[in-house]
Design a protein around this ligand. Structure first.
Ligand code: G6P
Length: 460
C-alpha cells in the first residue's frame, strides 16, 4: 500500500471533466464549464475532487501553467498516449464492442498496432489510478466512470486497498459472444480491472446481466464484486426552466419559420456517431414520403446531428454520410416552399430545447444505447405533447417502452410505419402518453442517481 495519501473524501474519475480550457486571443487561459448530464448529477456533492484528463492543447496548456478550477485535477497525459487510449481503444474498439458496431469481415482485426494502442490505454488508466491514490483520504470513496477507465478500479485497488471503489458504465455492455471478439487476454484484463471495484453499476438490468454473463463464462464468476443498477432520469426542474428562457424562445420562432406553417415536425437530436443510427432514420423518413404521398409538403424532419470524435475517420465518414443522405432526400422530394429535411450540425443546446418544444414526433432509434436521455427530455419539455418513436435497444426502453411506439432499429420499413402512426395519432392519446412518459422519465433525478450510488457503495 502507498504510504502517502491525500485529503479528498469523495472522488470522481472520468475521461471528460467538468471544465475545459482554451488559450484566448490575448494569450490568457479561458475556462469553460461543461453542462453535461454527469456534471449536473454530481453537483449534489459539494466537497469532491474530480480527476480527469486534459483532452486537447488548451487543457494541456492550462495544466502546464498551473491553472486549475477548485475541485478539479486535470492530468496532462502525453498527447500520443492519450490519442491511442481515447481514440485508438476507447472510442473505436470498446465503444464498437459494447454497441455491436463492427462490420465483419473487415472489422475487427487485432494486430500489433492494436497492441501498441492497448499499452497506451493501460498507461492512461495507470496515470488516473495513481492520481486518485495520491489524492484520496484514508477510507475515501471513489467513483470511476465508463469504458475509458475500465482498468482503473483494479489498478487503484493495488495501490490503495483502504478505499471504497465504485465503477459506473454509461454504455451498454456487450453480450458475451460479441465481447469475446476481443483477444482473450484483453477480455480477461478488462473484466478483472472492473472487478477490482467493490461495486459496479450499470444503467439497466440488461447491461448488468450481460457483464455478469461475461464474467461467468470468461473468468468463472464475479469474485464477490457487487453489481447494481441505477437508471438515470431527466432533470425536470432544470429542463423546464431552461427551455423557457429567451434564447430558446428566439430559436423556437426561427425554427417555426424554417419549418413553415401547419406542418408536422419529426425531431431527432444526437451526437453524430454510428450507434445513433441516424442514416437509417433518414431512410425511414424517406420511405414514409415515398409510400405515403399524402404527407409530402405536410411534414418536416428536423435533424440535429452534432459532430463528435472527429479525429477518427469512421466518425468523420459517418458525419459526411448523414449530410449526403439528407441532401439526397431534399433533392428527391423537396419543392419550392418545402425542405423535407432540415439538418443542423452546429451544437446548440438552446436550439435543441426549442426543437423538443416544437416536436410532434421524436425519433430515437439507436442500434444500442446505454440509456438515451433525449428520449427522456423531449416529453418533459414538449409544449403540446409529442409521440416518442423509440428503439427497443435503447436503455430508456425499459422505462418508457409502454408509452412509446417501439421499433427495431434495423427495420427501416417498420420505423417508417411507426413514424406514420405517430403522425396520425389523435391529440388526446398523444397528450396522455406524453404525460405518462414525462412521469417515467423524471422518476430518477440525476442528483439522486449519484447519491444512491454513494450510499450503496458505502453499505457493506
Ligand atoms: C458517451 C459516453 C461518455 C462520453 C460521451 C461523449 O455518453 O458514455 O463517457 O463523455 O459519450 O463522448 P466524448 O467522446 O465526446 O466524451
Amino acid at each position: 500500500m502507498a504510504s502517502t495519501h491525500g485529503a479528498a473524501e469523495v472522488l470522481v474519475a472520468s475521461n471528460r471533466g467538468p471544465v475545459s480550457y482554451a488559450v484566448g486571443d490575448d494569450g490568457s487561459i479561458e475556462t469553460k464549464r461543461g453542462g453535461g448530464g454527469l456534471v449536473s448529477a454530481l453537483s449534489v456533492v459539494d466537497d469532491k475532487l474530480w480527476v480527469c484528463a486534459a483532452l486537447d492543447d488548451g487543457d494541456r496548456e492550462a495544466v502546464r501553467r498551473g491553472v486549475a478550477e477548485p475541485g478539479v485535477r486535470m492530468l496532462d497525459i502525453d498527447a500520443d498516449v492519450y490519442a491511442d487510449a481515447y481514440n485508438g481503444v476507447a472510442n473505436s474498439v470498446l465503444w464498437f464492442v459494447h454497441h455491436m458496431l463492427y462490420q465483419t469481415p473487415l472489422e475487427p482485426s487485432f494486430g500489433t498496432d492494436f497492441r501498441r494502442r492497448w499499452a497506451s490505454y493501460e498507461a492512461y488508466n495507470r496515470a488516473l489510478a495513481q492520481a486518485l491514490a495520491q489524492e484520496a483520504a484514508p477510507g475515501a470513496t471513489v467513483v470511476v466512470q465508463d469504458y475509458h477507465l475500465a482498468l482503473v478500479p483494479g489498478m487503484l485497488r493495488e495501490l490503495r486497498d483502504d478505499l471504497r471503489i465504485g465503477h459506473f458504465s454509461h454504455t451498454p455492455w456487450a453480450p458475451v459472444d460479441y465481447f469475446r471478439m476481443l483477444p482473450d487476454d484483453i477480455a480477461e484484463q478488462l473484466l478483472r480491472g472492473m472487478l477490482g471495484a467493490d461495486r459496479l453499476a450499470f444503467l439497466t438490468r440488461r447491461w448488468a446481466d450481460a457483464f455478469t454473463d461475461c464474467c461467468t463464462r470468461i473468468l468463472g464468476g464475479t469474485s464477490g464484486t457487487r453489481i447494481g443498477v441505477h437508471g438515470l432520469g431527466a432533470d425536470a426542474d432544470f429542463l423546464r426552466e431552461r427551455a423557457h428562457r429567451d434564447d430558446v424562445g428566439e430559436r423556437l420562432t426561427a425554427l417555426r419559420e424554417q419549418v413553415g406553417e401547419d406542418r408536422k415536425v419529426i425531431v431527432r437530436v444526437d451526437r453524430t456517431e454510428l450507434s445513433k443510427n441516424i442514416v437509417r432514420g433518414l431512410h425511414a423518413f424517406e420511405l414514409l414520403l415515398e409510400t405515403r404521398p399524402e404527407w409530402r409538403e405536410k411534414v418536416v424532419h428536423v435533424a440535429f446531428a452534432y459532430p463528435s470524435r472527429q479525429d477518427l475517420a469512421v466518425y468523420r465518414d459517418y458525419t459526411a454520410e448523414v449530410s449526403r443522405v439528407a441532401q439526397a432526400i431534399n433533392s428527391r422530394f423537396g419543392t419550392e416552399g418545402w425542405t423535407p429535411v432540415i439538418l443542423h450540425v452546429k451544437d446548440d443546446f438552446a436550439r435543441s430545447l426549442a426543437a423538443y418544444r416544437l416536436a410532434d414526433v421524436a425519433l430515437v432509434n439507436p442500434i444500442r444505447d446505454g440509456m438515451n436521455l433525449v428520449a427522456k427530455e423531449v416529453p418533459v419539455v414538449s409544449d403540446d405533447g409529442c409521440v416518442l418513436v423509440l428503439s427497443r435497444e435503447a436503455g430508456a426502453y425499459e422505462e418508457l417502452g409502454e408509452d412509446a411506439l417501439v421499433v427495431n432499429p434495423y427495420d427501416v420499413t417498420g420505423t417508417a410505419a411507426a413514424l406514420g402512426a405517430a403522425l396520425a395519432m389523435p391529440e388526446d392519446e398523444r397528450a396522455q402518453r406524453t404525460k405518462r412518459l414525462a412521469g417515467a422519465a423524471t422518476a430518477l433525478p440525476p442528483g439522486q442517481w449519484f447519491l444512491d450510488q454513494l450510499e450503496a457503495l458505502k453499505a457493506e
